[in-house]
Design a protein. Structure first.
Length: 267
């Protein structure tokens, strides 16, 4: 077995990891909307909010991460704070976490919220707040979510809020009060599950980066894409399935290599 064969499996496993690629297949529309929203609101100094929904593995976080990387220079004049709400101890913890990122002195309870509001309505650069796993902030009376989504509507606010969540109906269910004031309702962007064709293209593009003969053949990729799209349309699942398949083949090849008879008939 040529030494390259061993490395081709390593390379295949590497490209099948869930990293943010240069270009996201099948998400051109959503990427465009995100970019447009940031330009319009952060660069245009217009406070506002965007609610991004979609099942796990449909590319929400990957798309936003890609856009933030691509627009890094444009957004240099503003403050960007990214918080994963899953890492917070409780819904209320979002306020001290944000205060810390903005370099505000420690305060408690209502005082903390007042100081944040004062900071976000004072003169200064625009603040882009990205809240991933937003559904973790649901609380009794939804006071945390209401407070956050009402901040961009405060007079002379400089906050642009982007929330990402798995639930499609979080705004209808938890933020119904905002719906009563269309001006304060967030703009909505939904990521549908990936189709069989999109998943196939994602897998082909990733594995196309490995030199030499294809590690997994086209029929296998299409079979994987068809099964995953029928269940969830989750790109991470499709990448995982293919990575495991490569691991199985790699172990088999390694086993065969070890069992090959040595030259000269020695066992």
């Amino acid at each position: 077995l040529a030494p390259r064969a061993g490395t081709c499996y390593q390379q295949a496993k590497q490209v099948l990891h869930v990293a943010v690629p240069e270009r996201l297949q099948g998400r051109e529309r959503e990427t465009g909307i995100l970019r447009q929203f940031l330009r319009e609101h952060v660069l245009g100094r217009r406070p506002g909010s965007l609610y991004v929904s979609g099942a796990p593995g449909t590319g929400k976080t990957a798309c936003l991460s890609r856009v933030l990387l691509d627009c890094k220079d444009e957004l240099a004049g503003s403050r960007t704070v990214v918080l994963n709400c899953m890492a917070l101890g409780s819904p209320q913890s979002v306020f001290p976490a944000l205060a810390q990122h903005l370099g505000l002195p420690m305060a408690t309870g209502r005082e903390r919220i007042r100081s944040l509001e004062k900071h976000l309505t004072a003169r200064g650069p625009m603040v882009l707040l990205v809240l991933d796993e937003l559904d973790q902030l649901e609380s009794k009376g939804q006071d945390v979510l209401y407070t956050l989504f009402e901040w961009p509507q405060l007079p002379s606010s400089r906050l642009v809020l982007v929330g990402l969540a798995n639930a499609l109906d979080l705004t209808d269910r938890s933020l119904a009060r905002l719906g009563a004031h269309p001006a304060s309702s967030p703009q909505l962007l939904h990521f549908p599950p990936y189709t069989k064709e999109q998943l196939t293209r994602i897998l082909q593009e990733r594995l196309g980066q490995v030199a030499g003969d294809p590690v997994l053949d086209s029929a296998a990729l299409q079979f994987c894409a068809r099964k995953v799209s029928a269940v969830s349309g989750d790109a991470r699942k499709a990448l995982d399935v293919c990575r495991r398949a490569v691991e199985v083949v790699e172990l088999e090849v390694r086993g065969q290599t070890l069992l090959k008879p040595l030259p000269g008939g020695e066992s």
